[in-house]
Design a protein around this ligand. Sequence first.
Ligand code: 13P
Length: 251
Amino acid sequence: MMRKILVAGNWKMHGSKSMVRSLLDGLLAGSSAQGKADLAVFPSFPYLSLAESILSGSHIQWGGQTLNPNAQGAHTGETSGNMLVDMGCRYVLVGHSERRAIYGESDEDVATRFNAAQDAGLEPVLCVGETLEEREAGETEAVVERQLDAVINRVGIDAFSRAIIAYEPVWAIGTGLTASPEQAQSVHAFIRDKLLSLNGIIADQLRILYGGSVKGSNAAELFAQGDIDGGLVGGASLTAEDFLAIYNAVA
Ligand code: 13P
């Protein structure tokens, strides 16, 4: 079955109105609905409204970088899934390693956010991945499995028919060190096999993205792997030229 490659840009805490305008204008000019990949961007909250006004009705989707699991209420500084839906978001990232490491989100917190995202009508992009220490200790699969199990145990396997997984080894994020295509494929296959044992159809259709120093020069090799269905791109999604080089690397 055909899983269309998704090239997604996580802008993290970068950008300005002028940067968002020129980046999105560039992406619209350099990609199309008939292209070989789907495209999505994840701006910071203040720029979602601008992204919505530029991208509405286009082939490019957008999403939030996190959400608060509560629907509304006294949570100063936070943003709910309903608000993201109101801003036209299709997606939301949950469990990004920076949220786990810097803001202390546990596996349980991530499961709660995944659940809340789907309740609001969003498609969560569940990020998983090991640190360098964990990889060197031979714990990669155990860590990824633990992160997945926390969510599966909460929401059940069927919920993955409306979700995306992103494998992002922490040691490859923003470091210039990309997992080799073989290293990435091996973890992607592990993830898909785990889900296959629970529901074959869902596992087959699920898109599993790779993230960690993806760029125009390594994207084609990564996307050629059987279980890599796209990329979650940080640094190289901040200019239209770099991001389109990845989009254009899709075979
Ligand atoms: P880099 O592409 O900058 O390594 O970031 C990856 C990432 O964290 C995307 O979510």
